[in-house]
Design a protein around this ligand. Structure first.
Ligand code: DIR
Ligand code: MN
Ligand code: MN
Ligand code: MN
Length: 270
């Protein structure tokens, strides 16, 4: 997939600099409350955060291709001081190690990033400083939210009421760098069969491409995560290919590919 992306981005005249990160599996990585593999995920995110920080210091737009959505903890932290974050997803990903029923870290990244939720004491995440406020996040595609993720959290979990935005275009009018965290399961399942937690009734390809195009047109898109693409979950090669192709077309739209083509005829060029 990385090669396909690099080649096609080259055709958009993007100057692509690829880097591959290697992560360690930490032995005896016992759960912290319900959060599974906290040390492995925490250390990996620490590494990713520094890598993203370097890419941004270099003045580049950062594209992270994953991997599960827990990588947004590192990606958004490394991008730091950015807002808004567009969270494109069927899920809110705002469980905490206390509320998570699955124990999956990819259902929790928003909670780790929010100042309001004060998730702390998680082994592996000693480096993390929550950098987002609830009002900085815009959800698109949301349609599968756990009870504990509802904006009014039970008092016994000591979390406060949050006012989360589902879609609020005025956020995008702020002249600040935008971070797009794109979970492919936000799209309708037939578009991305090779993903872990499909939910019916998702965003169409046309709508998804439109979102990416509009973000490109703001000129403010500064970092993009594309996550939950899992080739091992494709039942056939065709399912794998269609998932990758869908993700690639969203990415290319976010980096300037126009469906009508780029108008560089003498009449329109300066
Ligand atoms: C569920 C599912 N809310 C969880 N979340 C997923 O595991 O916390 N997020 N699949 O992508
Ligand atoms: Mn997600
Ligand atoms: Mn999801
Ligand atoms: Mn997920």
């Amino acid at each position: 997939a990385m090669l396909v992306i690099a080649v096609q981005m080259g055709e958009l005249r993007c100057d692509v600099k690829d880097r591959e990160l290697k992560f360690d599996i930490i032995p005896n990585d016992h759960p912290y409350h319900n959060a599974k593999n906290p040390r492995t995920v925490g250390r990996a995110n620490e590494k990713l955060a520094s890598a993203v920080e370097e890419v941004k210091k270099d003045g580049r737009t950062c594209l992270v291709v994953g991997g599960d959505h827990s990588l947004a903890i590192g990606s958004i932290s490394g991008h730091a001081k950015t807002e808004p974050v567009i969270w494109f997803d069927a899920h809110a990903d705002i469980n905490t190690p206390l509320t998570s029923l699955s124990g999956n870290m990819h259902g929790q990244p928003v909670a780790f990033l929010l100042k309001e939720l004060k998730v702390s004491g998680v082994p592996g995440f000693e480096w993390l400083k929550p950098c987002l406020s609830a009002e900085d996040i815009v959800y698109i595609g949301l349609r599968d939210v756990d009870d504990a993720e509802q904006p009014t959290f039970p008092k016994d979990r000591q979390e406060q009421t949050l006012s989360l935005n589902i879609i609020s275009p005025q956020k995008i009018n702020k002249k600040k760098p935008i971070h797009l965290s794109f979970d492919v399961d936000g799209l309708d399942p037939p578009l991305t069969p090779a993903t872990g937690t499909p939910v019916p009734g998702g965003v169409t390809l046309r709508e998804g491409i439109y979102v990416a195009e509009q973000l490109y047109k703001t000129g403010l898109l500064s970092a993009v995560d594309t996550v939950e693409i899992n080739p091992r979950l494709g039942k056939t090669q065709e399912e794998v290919d269609s998932t990758v192709n869908t993700a690639v077309s969203i990415i290319l739209s976010g980096f300037g590919k126009a469906r009508e083509g780029s108008h560089t005829s003498p009449a329109s060029s300066r």
